[in-house]
Design a protein around this ligand. Structure first.
Ligand code: F6P
Length: 358
């Protein structure tokens, strides 16, 4: 048996732990393991695979990033190519990708990725590849998963950063607007904002208006709190508007961002208070994985090998109610897990007086 591991899309803390567990568990069954270099894009190169030996995966549980490398533009169904007139287009090279796996005698693929990777995995299974998925994204937005690897670390990083911003905001009596990642879901914003005692949390699931935010700032001032911390998820949406987009590259998802500056400027204009904005950005993807992320990543990795050993293909390994289980990848493709408006976390924020912008 020969298996390949892919870590496509944005990196997340815990990827290496999943690679290590899958590799070691596979070796114990006498299987060969290779990793795909820098995502599916390298399948079209001469040397797409890295042999995953015991030595290669030694000591990597606590390392952030991915030892395999990754890329955001490796969708085999939408590969960028240059046209004769110099412009760029997208072409479907998935059949070639499938051929590469066949040529190298790869029996099964472990696709570690987010919603984009699961969409690709689902389409590859329809072309005959045998795939087991592992849910990875700091955004925590994969449907069917209570939690994805990388989320816990990203939330801790964001929480720690917001804690640090509080002291400077308080000293200067400023409004501090902190933009966090998460794409179209507010998991990072809600969990870090709540944990760091933000005063205002704006997430894509709840359209915001300025009036309640200003009311909150004034209310705090009336109680002698001269500063306000606003946590805004990059995908947050003002009522009647759409989310901020920084840019779009061919073959990649749109890049979100910019809400922080807009909100800081508007709040300054409308309250007369000084404001500053900060984007936490890729800090949230970096660093050492938390204990929880290491643990679930190791569990996901070993569980993926058990699924392959049982020939239970085209499944995603997921955490549900604290137990590892498997669901069809097809159930997950093209869906997104958003923060439920009736969930207790959002309710907790409201119960303790945090303004959600509505
Ligand atoms: O999906 C993970 C994520 O970090 C999002 O939170 C963010 O919008 C995006 O990736 C950033 O992607 P890139 O690394 O391509 O800028």
């Amino acid at each position: 048996m020969k298996i390949a591991i892919n870590t496509g899309g944005g990196d997340a803390p815990g990827l290496n732990a999943a690679i290590r567990a899958a590799t070691l568990a596979a070796h114990r069954l006498g299987w060969e393991v290779v990793g795909i270099k820098n995502g599916y894009g390298s399948l079209y190169s001469d040397n797409p695979f890295i042999p995953l030996t015991a030595d290669k995966v030694r000591g990597i549980t606590m390392l952030g990033g991915t030892i395999l490398g990754t890329a955001n533009r490796g969708n085999p169904f939408q590969m960028p190519y240059q046209k004769e007139d110099g412009s760029w287009g997208l072409e479907d090279r998935s059949d070639e990708a499938v051929e590469v796996f066949k040529k190298h005698n790869v029996d099964a693929l472990i696709a570690i990725g987010g919603d984009g990777s699961m969409k690709i995995a689902h389409k590859l299974t329809q072309k005959g590849l045998r795939i087991v998925g592992i849910p990875k994204t700091i955004d925590n937005d994969i449907w069917g998963c209570d939690v994805t690897l990388g989320f816990d670390t990203a939330v801790s990083t964001a929480t720690e950063a917001i804690d640090k911003l509080r002291t400077t905001a308080e000293s200067h009596q400023r409004i501090m607007v902190v933009e966090v990642m998460g794409r179209y879901a507010g998991w990072i914003g809600l969990h870090s904002g709540l944990s760091a005692s933000a005063d205002v949390i704006l997430i894509p699931e709840v359209e915001y208006e300025f009036e309640p935010i200003i009311r909150k700032i004034k209310d705090r001032e009336a109680r002698g709190r001269m500063y306000t911390i606003v946590v805004v998820a990059e995908g947050a949406v003002e009522k009647g508007e759409s989310h901020f987009v920084k840019g779009k590259t061919l073959g990649q998802s749109e890049q979100l961002g910019g809400a922080d500056e807009y909100i800081a400027k508007t709040l300054s204009e409308q309250t007369g208070k000084e404001s500053r904005s900060i984007v936490l950005g890729h800090l949230q993807r970096g660093g050492t994985p938390s204990t929880y992320d290491r643990l679930i990543s190791l569990r996901f990795g070993a569980a993926a090998i058990r699924a392959i050993a049982q020939k239970d293909f085209n499944k995603l390994i997921v955490m549900q109610k604290n137990c590892i289980t498997r669901i069809p990848i097809s159930d997950v493709a093209n869906k997104m897990k958003l923060v439920p408006l009736d969930g207790d976390t959002i309710q907790t924020a409201r119960d303790i007086g945090i303004c959600m912008g509505d």
